[in-house]
Design a protein around this ligand. Structure first.
Ligand code: PFF
Length: 472
């Protein structure tokens, strides 16, 4: 009997995959991590290494991953081990390096989903008015640490509420991936992305029309808030840390360098374009980050806290910004319940469309390499990831999330990006790579990218990796 060709899942439409990749890219990173990083690392000057990294690393890696994914999909491999092996068949070991492309996303998934569950919880608390009457920093901070189970106080007497929201969020994620690529992920992203942009625009308009709430402090206005974020401190450019953080943010925000886009692109068809689609997804992410992400939280906080405190707030970390400062600002304005809901549900939509992408590589690996049916693969993934999530929940106060963020969201990213780039442009070969990228394209990449991909990109990655090692 002839071996039956396995039926792999696929995207329903081109718009579908672009939305899904943009959904993966647009996440908590755009609305919390980016403004905090920009404000803390030289304001407008941060944007110089940021855009250089986007052009020299982010977008080329996006194209590489889309191309490698589509190539691997042709051999029925949706994850890095199989794809790396197809690229370099003579090497028996390369597939083991590909394992990072499954574990890296899993490591991010297990803390990301917990934070995502806070956004769902706060959306609910906003609507029910549970925190919206709190009008000072201290109370909202107590509310947050009470909720996180770090302290028993008048708001919460344990982690139970947070755990219930974690369970709901976890099950929602599993539900989406259970339905697969077209009927699960694509469907989710097709309604979540437009909704996210609508909420983002509503909040943007709210911030732009803030005026001067405290007339005794005329300098505390929105344009000065934008100034705080955008006025460049050029001395920052001399700092290696700023460059590392900018490049790190580009990886994280675009979801590249970790294996996720490989998996999504493996469900493309051979003749599908990757050049224009990859570019469109990247540009969509940048609009959400540089326009929406930068225009909500920092300018709003500036108007209420002024030039001195905003620095402290920006440095106090992304959770404080998102879960203390922003609700505090909104509580001081009319309709705090509604705007609070917009803010937190925007974060939730951003979060869930990213977390499902972090889960998919592990599921695809089980399906493609072990011939396990999707439903079983999702069950196995659920059990394993559920267990792995527990330390992030119960040891939050001991820095587990920071530790996971360092390994998954920073370290693996650079290592994996370097391996896949070198493999593609040097082992597979730049000429073949160029040809592979340009199969069925709706746009041709400027030739200068041949040079960038071959020399600048690996060099940049090695420098970043070297600096990381030196720093740690
Ligand atoms: N890009 C997402 C964000 O900005 O929040 C986070 C992320 C998702 C990183 C998927 C990596 C990834 F593979």
């Amino acid at each position: 009997m002839m071996a039956q060709k396995k039926e792999r899942d696929s995207w329903g439409s081109r718009l579908g995959i672009i939305m899904a990749v943009a959904g993966s890219a647009i996440g908590l990173g755009n609305f919390l991590r980016f403004p905090a990083k920009a404000a803390a690392n030289g304001g407008g000057a941060f944007m110089i290494p940021y855009f250089i990294s986007l052009l020299l690393l982010g977008i080329p890696l996006m194209w590489i991953e889309w191309t490698l994914g589509r190539y691997g999909g042709g051999f029925e491999h949706g994850t890095a081990p199989g794809i790396f092996h197809s690229l370099w068949q003579k090497n028996r070991f390369i597939k083991y390096f590909g394992v990072i492309g499954i574990f890296g996303p899993l490591v991010i998934f297990i803390y990301y989903i917990f934070i995502e569950s806070w956004t769902l919880a706060y959306s609910f608390f906003a609507l029910t008015g549970r925190y919206t009457t709190l009008l000072d920093q201290h109370s909202l901070r107590s509310f947050l640490i009470g909720f996180q189970g770090l302290q028993k106080n008048q708001y919460f007497n344990g982690i139970a509420t947070a755990y219930v929201f974690f369970l709901i969020t976890f099950l929602l994620n599993i539900w989406v991936i259970y339905y697969g690529i077209k009927r699960g992920i694509e469907k989710l992203c097709k309604w979540a992305m437009p909704l996210l942009f609508i909420f983002g625009l509503v909040l943007l308009v709210r911030v732009l029309t803030l005026g001067v709430p405290d007339l005794s402090r005329p300098g505390w206005n929105v344009s000065a808030g934008f100034g705080f974020l955008w006025n460049p401190d050029f001395s920052a450019l001399k700092s290696a840390k700023v460059w590392l953080e900018a490049a790190g943010q580009i990886f994280f925000t675009l979801s590249v360098g970790i294996g996720v886009i490989l998996t999504y692109a493996s469900y493309l068809k051979k003749a599908d374009d990757v050049v224009l689609s990859g570019l469109t997804a990247s540009v969509t992410n940048e609009v959400a980050e540089v326009i929406l992400g930068a225009s909500i939280i920092i300018p709003a906080a500036f108007v209420f806290f002024g030039p001195v405190d905003i620095k402290l707030i920006a440095q106090s970390g992304v959770f404080n910004l998102g879960f203390v400062t922003m609700p505090l600002v909104l509580n001081k304005l009319p309709w705090p319940q509604l705007f609070g809901f917009f803010w937190f549900f925007l974060l939730f939509l951003a979060g869930i469309t990213s977390s499902v992408s972090l889960a998919q590589p592990a599921v695809a690996f089980l399906e493609d390499e072990f011939n396990i049916k999707r439903k079983r693969a999702v069950s196995i993934f659920s059990i394993v990831s559920f267990i792995l999530c527990q330390p992030a929940i119960f040891f939050l106060g001991r820095g587990v999330v920071d530790e996971l963020d360092f390994w998954g969201g920073t370290f693996f990213l650079v290592v994996f990006a370097t391996i896949e780039t070198v493999l593609f442009v040097w082992v597979f070969g730049m000429d073949r790579a160029w040809e592979e990228i340009h199969k069925g394209p709706d746009m041709t990449i400027p030739n200068v990218y041949k040079f960038i991909n071959k020399y600048i990109n690996p060099l940049f990655l090695f420098i970043i990796m070297g600096m990381r090692f030196a720093q740690e």
